[in-house]
Design a binder for this molecule. Structure first.
Ligand code: NCD
Length: 332
């Protein structure tokens, strides 16, 4: 078994994941889900990490990521502690965030954190690595920069959706919305560079175009991409459309209100432009950019994507703690 205490496997950004890892995680997640079909299977999973404790440090709002990580821990029998508001911790008394997180590491075996501060997870991982008890850090969203576990579940969802269509290789993926500040966009675009002949279409108003550092990264990785404000053209022929909301929590002075994003809303009438095999995804929460009338269309995958997230996180936790080797199908 991997001695995670000596060599913690931090999950900090999506650049850590290569193709063999992604392929492995997709198979591992599929296999773990089969345990969900019986009481014996679920009890087996519950025994895998019953001796481990997790800290959920979520000081930025979250519904899905928090609940899916908490539930993933429960599926594996882990106990969880949580902080959801730094005003209830000693940070209020002037304790540094570094000292607070070091304190948590004394009590638990892993810290799963969401923060508005870009780069904080990396800093804490380096800090903990220098302590006597370095525990793994999972970045569950760090300001506008990274959301690696969302990218992993997005890849899993794409992979599952294209299972009879040759997988993700060769597909066209269209990302729409606030691409500049959407961390899911940054993390997922990075991961798509692991697939052959993928084309990304970035669709947004000029104000929300991808950031220069992502553009450079994609050029360097030789990812084929284009940037456009013509959503309808991009929808024709795409294999997946990934909608995102305006990330106005990062506004400095209400600047999002000045942007006309209405042309970048996916409406029911757009469905006729799209391939019958296309998939529609959204990391959620949604606002007006994704018409609820689309929910009943078989191409809408966002509710599945949400559920896939929990199972992907179960798989990731087994991997981090080295118990993925114990995932062999029982007699069902
Ligand atoms: C995303 C996030 O928080 O970055 N949601 C999520 O984790 N499921 C997207 C968003 O908030 O718009």
């Amino acid at each position: 078994m991997v001695d995670i205490i000596k060599t913690p496997m931090h999950i900090l950004n999506s650049a850590q994941f290569d193709r063999p890892f992604l392929d492995y995680m997709c198979v591992l997640t599929d296999t773990i889900r089969r345990f969900d079909k019986s009481k014996e299977g679920l009890l087996y999973l519950k025994g895998l990490l019953a001796h481990r404790r997790a800290m959920l440090y979520f000081t930025q709002p979250s519904t899905r990521t928090f609940l899916s990580f908490q539930t993933a821990c429960q599926v594996l029998g882990m106990n969880t502690n949580e902080i959801r508001d730094s005003s209830t911790s000693s940070e209020r008394k002037g304790e540094s965030i570094e000292d607070s997180l070091r304190t948590f590491s004394s009590y638990v075996d892993i810290i799963i954190m969401r923060t508005p501060v870009p780069g904080l997870c990396d800093r804490i991982a380096v800090l903990l690595d220098e302590t006597e008890r370095p525990v793994p850090i999972i970045n569950a969203g760090s300001g506008p920069d990274e959301h690696p576990t969302q990218a992993l579940l997005d890849i899993y969802t794409l992979n599952r959706s294209f299972v009879r269509l040759g997988g993700i290789d060769g597909k066209t993926i269209t990302m729409v919305g606030d691409l500049r500040r959407g961390r899911t966009i940054r993390s997922l675009s990075g991961l798509l560079s692991n697939y052959q002949d993928v084309k990304i279409q970035f669709v947004s108003p000029p104000e929300f175009r991808i950031s220069e550092d992502l553009r450079q990264k994609l050029i360097q990785k030789k990812v084929s991409f284009e940037e456009t404000d013509q959503m309808e053209d991009a929808l024709r022929g795409t294999d997946a459309v990934y909608m995102t909301r305006v990330q106005d929590e990062y506004d400095i002075a209400g600047e999002s209100k000045k942007v006309d994003n209405s042309r970048f809303h996916l409406k029911h009438e757009h469905l006729r432009l799209m391939k019958t095999t296309a998939v529609i995804m959204h990391p959620l929460p949604r606002r007006e950019e994704l018409d609820p009338a689309i929910d009943s269309d078989p191409r809408a995958k966002y509710w599945r994507q949400e559920r896939n997230g929990m199972w992907t996180r179960v798989a990731l936790l087994t991997k981090i703690f080295g118990v993925d080797s114990k995932i062999v199908l029982p007699e069902l």
